[in-house]
Design a protein around this ligand. Structure first.
Ligand SMILES: *Cc1c(COP(=O)(O)O)cnc(C)c1O
Length: 483
């Protein structure tokens, strides 16, 4: 007995090292504080992209390191790749990284509020629930719709498709006869989700697009009729409200008509574009979105949050509960008196980070207005960029619906250089330069440069820097092919 008491005492001496005293905490906080302040202050002056790989080598983590040492290691690790917090990130779908959200994350981590079950943490669950209700009201979803704050759009889509699958009882021999309707520009996470939930054998119909890269609704309707005549089972149509490649918003209201008429589950992936509904100028594009059965939106895109917050909204609670609700023996009592669905009933997760706080904190601290101003500013910046680039002799994509578009330099007949070859070289020079980051894509076999304006740190001066960089790189590319 004595011996074990002694051992406990010895172990406690080591164990309490995980709880630094206030003086120690102050030291760590002050190092982190000066790091993040200088990080943010310097953001305008660092490149948006720097090519390089990071090799950390093996460590066994046996020896503790002082906070200053850790921060300088991070600084060297972080210098490569896309600077995702920079306003100069105009590639893929830019992220944000609101400071207010980082404070929410910090508080969520320190308090370790358990955001999985209402019983354990009614406060955290109420906050997440309030956020979901707010998003339901934005998209005019009914009060009894449910929602979940996920890690991102991919998991949000996964939850929605699982609900659609269960609602339509797509299983066993029904799978290979069930048909999914997508646009050619649908995000790849949709296919991935289908495979994960056991639907890799469904029939996929890619519906052609119009000249604005939006789903051709007549083609959708006739494909459904054809499939019906072939005794197949049309099951779900997935529309995009802001495709990743071109930012196109599918004609949601017309697709809703087709879905309703044919009794399909109507899903809208608005991970990128959804929050543009808050812009008075763009609201009309979203007409019909409230008629969807499920909807995905990503606050870590359209509300500028740090990575790690997507949202799914679903009208039929039962369809979601079918797969996700679970009462384990060790959780008995956890459901008694529950007044709202807990996040764990609506998602594959049980224990999770209280991720809602990062959104709640940002909305509370700033109010909604600056968010909407940012979205409107991004729309105008995209137009400004495209008109500037046209003057430099570039061809551009169709009038963008939101804040994503593309451009390419047209063939220079006198040089006999194929467009794609010229633009690939041009993009290589852009990456080498790195002041502003642009990504690329393929539109009808054409290699094009993409622009996506969605960082809250992108302003007119950022776009002007991008234009200047493009001028530099265009000159270099022309010289390259002239030699
Ligand atoms: C980004 C995006 C996704 C995937 O979301 P993640 O948050 O990256 O998981 C899905 N659909 C669309 C339209 C997107 O833009």
């Amino acid at each position: 007995m004595r011996e074990s008491e002694n051992e406990i005492k010895q172990l406690e001496k080591k164990a309490i090292l995980l709880e630094p005293p206030e003086s120690e905490r102050e030291k760590i906080i002050s190092s982190v504080k000066s790091y993040i302040n200088s990080y943010i202050n310097e953001l305008e002056n660092v490149p948006s992209f720097k090519k390089g790989a990071v090799e950390l080598g093996k460590t066994n983590f046996c020896k503790p390191v002082e906070i200053e040492g850790i921060i300088s290691e991070l600084q060297s690790v972080f210098q490569y790749g896309i600077n995702a917090s920079s306003g100069g990130h105009l590639g893929y779908i830019p992220g944000g990284g609101l400071f207010a959200s980082s404070m929410g994350d910090l508080i969520a981590a320190v308090t370790n509020e358990y955001a999985g079950m209402e019983f354990g943490s009614p406060g955290a669950v109420a906050i997440e629930s309030q956020l979901i209700d707010w998003m339901k009201s934005i998209f005019d979803y009914p009060e009894n719709a449910v929602g979940n704050l996920t890690s991102g759009g991919s998991v949000a889509n996964l939850i929605a498709f699982t609900a659609a699958r269960d609602q339509h009882e797509i299983k066993n021999e029904k799978i290979p006869r069930s048909v999914v309707y997508l646009s050619e520009q649908v995000h790849h996470c949709v296919m991935k989700a289908m495979r994960i939930i056991g639907l890799s054998d469904v029939i996929i119909r890619y519906i052609p697009l119009d000249s604005h890269h939006r789903m051709d609704v007549e083609a959708l309707q006739s494909q459904i009729e054809e499939d019906r005549n072939d005794q197949l089972k049309p099951f779900i149509v997935v529309a995009s409200a802001g495709t990743t490649d071109t930012g196109a918003v599918d004609p949601l209201n017309k697709i809703a008509d087709v879905a309703e008429k044919n009794k399909l589950w109507f899903h809208v992936d608005a991970a990128y574009g959804g929050f543009f509904i808050l812009s008075e100028k763009k609201k009309h594009l979203f007409e019909g979105i409230s008629r969807s059965d499920s909807l995905v939106i990503d606050p870590h895109k359209g509300l500028f949050l740090p990575y790690g917050l997507g949202t799914v909204l679903i009208k039929k609670a039962d369809a979601v509960l079918e797969s996700h609700h679970y009462v384990a023996n060790y959780m008995e009592g956890a459901y008694e008196g529950a007044t709202i669905y807990s996040p764990a009933d609506l998602s594959p997760e049980l224990t999770k980070h209280f991720r809602g706080l990062r959104l709640w904190m940002a909305l509370k601290l700033h109010g909604l207005e600056p968010f909407v101003a940012n979205l409107n500013e991004k729309i105008l910046l995209t137009h400004y960029f495209l008109s500037e680039i046209e003057e430099l002799g570039f061809n551009k994509g169709p009038e963008p619906d939101l804040s994503v578009s593309y451009f390419y330099f047209p063939s220079m007949e006198q040089l006999q250089i194929p467009d794609n070859e010229f633009n690939k070289k041009f993009h290589e020079f852009m990456l080498e330069d790195g002041e502003i980051f642009f990504s690329t894509t393929n539109i009808s076999n054409k290699f094009v440069i993409r622009i996506a304006v969605l960082s809250f740190r992108t302003h007119k001066r950022t776009i002007d820097k991008g234009i200047n960089m493009i001028k530099r790189c265009l000159k270099k590319t022309k010289e390259h092919f002239n030699n």
